[in-house]
Design a protein around this ligand. Structure first.
Ligand code: 6PG
Length: 462
């Protein structure tokens, strides 16, 4: 990804000094792509720093965690006041906050920049989410915006906010990416197991869906993956890939942070847990052996494909609504002043979750920055209302057929939870008060109360 970013910069007319721990990789880049622009190979960190104009702008693309700290430690003694160090990896935002504070003490700018789009995006235009100081963005903005993806003349790059804001937003992007992929996988599973379709037929369904409201990069590549035939077995490749989804950690971080902030990101959490469940191969086998493999009953109906499309769309709206809620909560907590409409804007192109409906999300938050939930925006309210009956049919049908759809189910439960006039949380409060005198509030009076459960059961004010 680092070399592709360097090439992208060079192709846009920027002079790029390149350095890698192993000099042979730098050499290879120059040999293969030197003709694409103005590259300056540097064998050592000292050479790299000496070759740059001040204030220097150095982008680090190494593994998150200790390797990033090691590179920062190597570079900082060589830098001068006002220089900028940009971390383009998937760092944890708390590490970015720590590093930013430490480098600020030294008069340096540290910019945690989320970069999405994979290797191809890095080369041809990623979505870039830089945090750090406004001052650093005044230097870096024009450079980063020149290499970012561009939608309708607007670059997919904006100054997200101070310190770790950029990496936080990238983390939530990845969390939504997990939820999005889980929902797509559930839709596939339903059409395969309950619908009796082949991967190639399902690929065609996704291709068609990509013409409508669901149009997005992930739907597009789902059709590609599903229609790919494995040369060795002659089967659809998806049928021979081991069904254990791996994860590097950004989805898990999103859920951990959501727990801290008290924001229900149930779609992302289910997606993380579904990956964990898939990886518990021995346990899966033990339960399969004990109960017999789940027998899925075919529930093919004429409307199944379109019902699944609508359930997918509604659940996807919920996943995005939850992710945007989380960004707003973090913005409040850390004083980042995030512009949610701008976040939707820079996700319209370049990144993995780019999708047609991000334009609508942008309009929703631009129109009402304090929107209580994406679900209450007129456009999305109508879309979810229209999908609701199909969404329920899919959830009921999947449960009856025996196809696990944790993403669809939890999204629907979230929607129903938010819509309920009264929630059973009242009973939970009663139970807490019973066993621990934790008190409760009443709907008809101010204050906190406790019932003397082991006494005469009268109520006292707490
Ligand atoms: C992106 C991707 C990128 C990477 C994920 C994969 O925005 O370009 O999100 O960051 O592909 O980290 O994450 P998992 O390995 O955890 O699925």
């Amino acid at each position: 990804m680092g070399s592709n970013l360097a090439r992208n910069l060079a192709r846009h007319g920027h002079r790029v000094a390149v350095h890698n721990r192993s000099a042979s990789r730098t050499k290879l880049l120059i040999e293969q792509h030197g003709h694409e622009g103005d590259f300056v190979p540097a064998e050592t960190a000292e050479e790299l720093v000496a070759s740059l104009q001040k204030p220097r702008q150095i982008i680090i693309m190494v593994k998150a965690g200790a390797p990033t700290d090691a590179v920062i430690d190597e570079l900082t003694p060589l830098l001068d006041e006002g220089d900028m160090v940009i971390d383009g990896g998937n760092a944890h935002y708390a590490d970015t906050r720590r590093r930013e504070a430490a480098l600020r003490e030294k008069g340096l700018h540290f910019v945690g920049a989320g970069i999405s789009g994979g290797e191809e995006g890095a080369l041809n235009g990623p979505s870039i989410m830089p945090g750090g100081s406004k001052e650093s963005y005044s230097h870096l903005g024009p450079v980063l915006e020149s290499i970012a993806a561009n939608v309708d003349g607007t670059p997919c790059c904006v100054h997200v906010g101070p310190d770790g804001a950029g990496h936080f937003v990238k983390m939530v992007h990845n969390g939504i990416e997990y939820a999005d992929m889980q929902l797509i996988a559930e839709a596939y599973d339903l059409l395969l197991r309950a619908g009796g379709k082949t991967p190639a037929e399902i690929a065609d369904v996704f291709r068609e869906w990509n013409e409508g409201d669901l149009e997005s990069y992930l739907i597009e590549i789902t059709a590609e993956v599903l229609s790919h035939v494995d040369a060795t077995s002659g089967k659809a490749l998806v049928e021979v890939i081991a069904d254990e989804a791996e994860q590097k950690g950004t989805g898990r971080w999103t859920v951990q942070e959501a727990l801290e902030l008290g924001v229900p990101v149930t779609g992302i959490a289910e997606a993380v847990f579904a990956r964990s469940l898939s990886g518990r191969v021995d346990q899966r086998k033990a339960v399969r052996d004990a109960f017999g493999a789940a027998e899925v009953s075919k529930t093919v109906t004429d409307g199944l494909v379109d019902d699944v499309r609508q359930a997918l769309y509604a659940s996807k709206v919920v996943a995005y609504a939850q992710g945007f809620d989380q960004m707003r909560a973090a913005s409040k907590e850390y004083g980042w002043d995030l512009d949610l409409g701008a976040m939707a804007t820079i996700w319209r192109g370049g990144c993995i979750i780019r999708a047609r409906f991000l334009d609508r999300i942008r309009e929703a938050y631009d129109g009402s920055p304090e929107l209580a939930s994406l679900l209450v925006d007129d456009y999305f309210r109508e879309a979810v209302q229209n999908a609701e009956a199909a969404w329920r049919r899919v959830v009921v049908g999947a449960v009856q057929a025996g196809v696990p759809v944790p993403g669809f189910v939890s999204a629907l439960a979230y929607y129903d939870g938010l819509r309920s006039e009264r929630l059973p949380a009242a009973l939970i409060q009663g139970l807490r008060d019973f066993f621990g005198a934790h008190t409760y509030r009443r709907t008809d009076a101010e204050g906190s109360f406790h019932t003397l459960w082991s006494g005469d059961r009268s109520q006292v004010e707490a």
